[in-house]
Design a protein around this ligand. Structure first.
Ligand SMILES: NC(=O)C1=CN([C@@H]2O[C@H](COP(=O)(O)OP(=O)(O)OC[C@H]3O[C@@H](n4cnc5c(N)ncnc54)[C@H](OP(=O)(O)O)[C@@H]3O)[C@@H](O)[C@H]2O)C=CC1
Ligand SMILES: Nc1nc(=O)c2c([nH]1)NC[C@@H]1CN(c3ccc(C(=O)N[C@@H](CCC(=O)O)C(=O)O)cc3)C=[N+]21
Length: 301
């Protein structure tokens, strides 16, 4: 007989708050030492409601820790060349230490071409091929690691989850979440299986994992029988499901069936309040790290 466990909640909101407190102190120190603050530029194309909300939240979080935020809002029909010009201007602006182009971009724009144009020293999203390439190489360290997977690892570390020698399953292989999450787990000496839409027996593979990172964009796909007793479960998914009783008319659920999985897991993140707030905290972390490197290099000249 197995005894149902009740998982400990990994409180991403509280951990993100703690990180923002740490960052606020670091920014004050930079201000003291160099008389300058880190700067983040956020570029938003079009009028997607969700993107507008994320961008607003990112700017608010910046201000809270003392990072100066710059913003450029461009119309949906902006040309690729005009967008590239905005990126080039921020690349050249010494007050800007991080550049984030909010995704997704409209279909007529080549997303990778825009991401490739961001200076790797200011690539706080960590989406530039040179940063991702370094992440995949042993003995190398990228300048920046993508915020969402970095947040997932930070949650595991701060919750005392051992990764070395453990089996991990990552559900999803996107450039921005699944693939870098798998690389990060592997760098921590976990043995990683990456699951995608063509994987047979996804449930069986997950059920053998000590750590699951779910990032497939399928509401509540990772059910109770996907989770091994005592596993740590990180839910990246953000899915809106209709809910007439909710204020906004919908509620957010993850890629994990939380009620079922928390009967099996030892530790689990909620949605909302799990990985989401950590993504923003890691963006601020990356921005402060970038500015710290730049200020030190400038002072050494
Ligand atoms: N909390 C946060 O900060 C963030 C949350 N998100 C959320 O995380 C989720 C994933 O985002 P993202 O990586 O951008 O999504 P993508 O749609 O880019 O990638 C989804 C991945 O999941 C795989 N997949 C899809 N369906 C299945 C299935 N049935 N079984 C197994 N694998 C499947 C896909 O496989 P294939 O490659 O074969 O197509 C793909 O690799 C979304 O819910 C998104 O909203 C995203 C970014 C940040
Ligand atoms: N260049 C780029 N970089 C990104 O990092 C990026 C992007 N584009 N495009 C979209 C995705 C998505 N993303 C989220 C950030 C915060 C929350 C977040 O704070 N979520 C809250 C809930 C928010 C709500 O209630 O709507 C939570 O989970 O608690 C979610 C998702 C960053 N992304």
């Amino acid at each position: 007989m197995t005894i149902a466990m009740s998982a400990k909640l990994i409180d991403g909101k509280a951990i993100a708050e703690e990180i923002r407190r740490e960052l606020k102190a670091e920014v004050a120190e930079l201000q003291q030492k160099y008389g300058k603050a880190p700067g983040l530029a956020v570029v938003l194309v079009g009028e997607r409601k969700d993107s507008q909300t994320y961008v607003r939240n990112k700017k608010k979080a910046c201000e809270e820790v003392g990072i100066v935020s710059f913003g450029t809002d461009l119309p949906e029909d902006v040309s690729e060349e005009e967008l590239l010009k905005v990126v080039a201007d921020y690349n050249a602006d010494p007050a800007v230490h991080g550049i984030l182009v909010q995704l997704p971009l409209p279909k007529h724009i080549d997303e990778q071409r825009v991401l490739d144009a961001i200076s790797i020293e200011k690539d706080v999203d960590g989406f530039h091929p040179l940063n991702i390439g370094a992440l995949a190489m042993r003995g190398r360290d990228p300048l920046f690691v993508p915020c969402t997977p970095k947040g997932c690892l930070e949650l595991l570390k701060r919750s005392g989850v051992v990764m070395a020698g453990k089996r991990a399953a990552v559900v999803g292989r996107s450039n921005i979440v699944g693939m870098p999450a798998a690389l990060l787990l592997q760098r921590e000496d976990a043995t990683v299986t990456v699951i995608h839409s063509r994987t047979p027996d996804a449930q069986k593979i997950c059920a053998e994992a000590d750590i699951i990172i779910a990032a497939c964009g399928r509401a509540e796909m990772v059910a109770g029988d996907w989770v091994k007793e005592g596993a740590a479960v990180i839910d990246v998914g953000i899915n809106a499901v209709d809910d007439p009783s909710a204020k906004r008319g919908y509620r957010l659920v993850g890629d994990v069936n939380f009620a079922e999985a928390s009967e099996k897991a030892s530790q689990i993140t909620p949605v909302p309040g799990g990985v989401g707030p950590m993504t923003i905290a890691m963006l601020l972390r990356n921005c402060v790290d970038g500015a710290t490197r730049t200020f030190a290099a400038e002072a050494a000249q």
